[in-house]
Design a protein around this ligand. Structure first.
Ligand SMILES: [Zn+2]
Ligand SMILES: [Zn+2]
Length: 178
């Protein structure tokens, strides 16, 4: 089973390949990048953010259904995401639909008035993308602060995570230990 990555037209251009390579390496699965002009639902004018659940609704109800996609699907977008009762989320996964979304909005140094750095953005997008796909493959959150499946509340917590799953999560994924 492979993984499909849908790169939003508004997502940072040129990072598709390095991000996909890292995700493929982390999960030991093939990754296919898909170009598709997906309409983003769920814009909230008051918050100037998108409702991640509504974006997943559209992925589930149009794209996945229309093309009969069976592989885990990750949408990468630059739109800032929220869910009910949360100021923001880095991403959201819906296991029953086999679909997840990750936002680069708050993974970008420039959001925090720091100097732009593509390597940082690639690493963070790959970590959070692999995290959401991990949920699609049945993993829950992990208490190991260095594991991909740890749930970071801040960018610093995200940066403290390594680009790898812990031993327990690797076993749960059926990926052989390093
Ligand atoms: Zn999570
Ligand atoms: Zn873990």
């Amino acid at each position: 089973m492979g993984i499909k990555i849908l790169w939003d037209q508004q997502a940072p251009p040129g990072l598709e390949v390095p991000v996909s390579r890292l995700i493929s390496m982390l999960l030991c699965r093939e990754v296919e990048i898909i170009e598709y002009p997906l309409l983003a639902d769920g814009y909230d004018r008051n918050r100037d953010q998108y409702d991640a659940a509504k974006i997943l609704d559209r992925l589930q109800n149009t794209f996945i259904r229309r093309y009969g996609i069976a592989d885990p699907l990750l949408l990468v977008t630059s739109r800032d995401l929220f869910v009910q009762n949360c100021d923001f989320v880095f991403g959201l996964a819906r296991k029953a639909a086999g679909a997840a979304v990750v936002s680069t909005a708050r993974l970008d140094n420039t959001y925090y008035n720091r100097a732009a750095n593509d390597d940082d953005l690639i690493d963070r997008t790959a970590k959070e993308g692999a995290h959401e796909i991990g949920h699609l493959l049945g993993l829950d959150h992990c208490t190991d602060r260095e594991c991909i499946m740890f749930r970071p509340a801040t960018l610093d917590e995200l940066d403290r995570k390594k680009k790898q799953f812990c031993t327990a999560c690797r076993q749960a994924l059926g990926v052989r230990p390093e």
